[in-house]
Design a protein around this ligand. Structure first.
Ligand SMILES: [Zn+2]
Length: 344
């Protein structure tokens, strides 16, 4: 199912209702760029995964389907690093750039339809509990930070310098947020938010633009205590808590070993559902633009954390960079086992 966007409400209960339909927890997809690369895409480009919206939309659809097949209830569009400014720098017109943004949502919605069709025809996926209902799937329109667009490492330092203000960030994001809000996604995913300033800018944009679409705010951290800029996770999560459009708050692209503490800190300042989708634990080398294979955790280890995160209060689980459909399959398996043991 998709949930209808209405012009009159941003559906503050969207995530709570969705979680109820899913049986108490939901599964998100995994690393998008990682999976595109596994399918042969070359993402060495300032647009990163968004490059495929231009060069290989069929791969984007393929990756969405891979994650749906793996058990995801929520898929994120390929728009993380798709910005109007970035497309224009490639020589595309404003209209072409805006069309590509909308296209990222359309492709994810198409993948969801294909997946539902396949389930209906094969009837192999949705009879798990002996019930023949379709597994609910939401499409979340991804928005990466200003730092992701700059591609200068500030995505993981949160340091934008003194000249960047809330207004700068709102102006940078405004048009993309407007386009994605109206493109047919169920909600917006503000991902990898590196500092308080950007969280404030998103909250103000949602209010000022009168955008009637729910959103989640997801921060990144490199110490389990603060977000990457050093701003307090409690203050950041409180901004999300106070914004009526925000339906979930959490952490992404952060090593698994830091997640539990962060979930606890977030839980102290909000009752909104907590979403977590860590990376594999490897480190991103911004200078060389590649992931360094140290301290990464294998899928089994990643998954061994899941029940702890669940107990700590998280209810939406997935993976970020360097995780794969196998990670998501493993998460789905662990959660379905722990749910069985609660009920029987
Ligand atoms: Zn990531």
């Amino acid at each position: 199912m998709g949930l209808e966007n209405t012009e009159t409400s941003s559906s503050p209960s969207l995530m709570v209702d969705f979680l109820q339909k899913c049986g108490g927890y939901a599964i998100l997809d995994g690393g998008f760029a990682t999976e595109l690369e596994r399918h042969g895409a070359d993402l060495n480009d300032p647009l990163w995964s968004a490059k495929c919206l231009i060069s290989s939309p069929h791969l984007v659809r393929r990756v969405h389907l891979d994650y749906l097949d793996a058990g995801a209830n929520i898929i994120l569009t390929a728009s993380y690093q798709a910005t109007i400014q970035g497309f224009e720098a490639k020589g595309l017109s404003r209209i072409e750039a805006e069309t590509l943004l909308r296209r990222s949502v359309e492709i994810a919605c198409e993948a969801r339809e294909i997946y539902f069709d396949k389930c209906t025809k094969g009837s192999w996926d949705f009879v798990e509990d002996g019930r023949s209902s379709r597994r609910p799937v939401l499409v979340a329109a991804s928005i990466g930070s200003y730092g992701a667009y700059l591609a200068d490492g500030s995505e993981y330092s949160g340091d934008y310098g003194d000249n960047v203000t809330v207004e700068t960030l709102k102006d940078f994001h405004r048009r993309r947020v407007q386009i994605l809000a109206k493109a047919g996604a169920d909600l917006i995913a503000f991902e990898t938010i590196p500092n308080k300033l950007e969280a404030k800018a998103y909250a103000e944009l949602l209010e000022e633009e009168g955008l009637n679409i729910p959103a989640w705010f997801s921060f990144n951290s490199k110490d389990g205590i603060n977000v990457v800029s050093g701003d307090s996770i409690s203050e950041c999560a409180s901004i999300a808590d106070s914004c009526k459009h925000v339906v979930a708050v959490g952490i992404n692209c952060t090593p698994p070993r830091f997640i539990r503490e962060l979930v606890q800190s977030i839980g102290q300042v909000t009752t909104k559902p907590i979403i977590i989708y860590p990376n594999s634990g490897e480190t991103y080398d911004a200078e060389h633009k590649k992931w360094v294979k140290t301290e990464g955790v294998a899928d089994e280890d990643f998954v061994s954390y899941i029940s702890k995160w669940h107990q700590a209060g998280a209810s939406i689980f997935g993976g970020c960079c360097r995780t794969t459909p196998n990670t998501i399959r493993a998460i789905a398996r662990v959660l379905s086992k722990s749910n069985t043991s609660y009920h029987f």
